[in-house]
Design a protein around this ligand. Structure first.
Ligand SMILES: [Zn+2]
Ligand SMILES: [Zn+2]
Length: 139
């Protein structure tokens, strides 16, 4: 545990408090930002359409993908209206539940390959609180 107030912006990858304005705007500290950028290139995204890869990279760059716990990530939809829970294999979105490989999964693969740690503090409001528990897909 740390004594940092919950409102302190934290790096989306490592959870360290962010201090510089540039890092806060990015959602990642400097080192983590470059790790994430590299991950977006080297992550195993075979089988995803290029439009899905684009969406995934954009979401990751926007800080819309957060590791919650275990392998479960939270992915905010492109319009910001929905939060999906996804792993590198499954997703709680309507397409994912039908067994379709959605871009959320691609986004999780990018973040996972950068070695993200669970970050429980949401950095960017407004993000809706997930209404489903992580158990839904972790089970
Ligand atoms: Zn970091
Ligand atoms: Zn999905």
């Amino acid at each position: 545990m740390t004594t940092t107030p919950a409102s302190t912006p934290r790096c989306l990858r490592c959870g360290r408090p962010l201090t510089s304005a540039a890092s806060i705007a990015r959602g990642y500290g400097k080192g983590c930002a470059s790790l994430i950028r590299r991950a977006a290139v080297v992550a195993d995204l075979d089988g995803f359409k290029s439009s899905q890869v684009d969406s995934a990279r954009e979401a990751v760059a926007d800080g819309a993908v957060l590791l919650l716990r275990g392998r479960v990530h939270q992915v905010v939809s492109s319009d910001g209206a929905h939060v999906h829970l996804a792993t590198v294999e499954h997703c709680s979105c309507p397409a994912g539940l039908r067994g379709v490989r959605c871009w959320h999964i691609a986004a999780v693969r990018i973040v996972a390959s950068a070695g993200a740690r669970p970050v429980l503090t949401l950095v960017r409001p407004p993000i809706a609180v997930p209404s489903v528990t992580a158990q839904t897909i972790a089970a």
